[in-house]
Design a protein around this ligand. Structure first.
Ligand code: 5GP
Ligand code: ZN
Length: 116
């Protein structure tokens, strides 16, 4: 999918509304529209990257910044001490439905392992 018709690129551009709770030069974080936990935030790069398989040399800082955002948001949401989960799905077998990479930050309840 090209960036022109990518849902998350439209959120980055402000063309589709989202409850944005984190913004940095390279990433944004917003609440998932269909939350699977009391806190469910999606953290995405501003740059369109479809899947983990599309990461190139040069994306290291972009990906690292997603985790720095997760740490900051978890602290803001009061999850740091109790714990939380950060996960990124890749392609259909893992359940990826939006092809612009995103970390799911989930917390506020006990999370089972392994995931389904
Ligand atoms: P995936 O299944 O690709 O790992 O995760 C995509 C996530 O995006 C899902 O959890 C889904 O609920 C969320 N989502 C899909 N469309 C929208 C939207 O328009 N706004 C927001 N905030 N979340 C969305
Ligand atoms: Zn995109």
């Amino acid at each position: 999918m090209s960036s022109e018709n990518c849902l998350f690129c439209k959120i980055v551009a402000g063309d589709i509304p989202a409850e944005i709770i984190y913004e940095s030069e390279s990433a944004i974080g917003f609440r998932d529209v269909n939350p699977q936990a009391p806190t469910h935030v999606l953290i995405i790069p501003r740059e369109h990257i479809a899947t983990i398989n599309d990461l190139d040399a040069g994306h290291e800082v972009t990906v690292g910044n997603l985790y720095m955002a997760a740490k900051a948001i978890a602290a803001d949401e009061g999850l740091a001490d109790d714990g939380y989960r950060v996960v990124m799905n890749c392609n259909e077998a893992a359940g990826q439905t939006v092809f612009h990479i995103h970390l799911h930050l989930l917390g506020g309840r006990s999370l089972t392992w392994p995931p389904g």
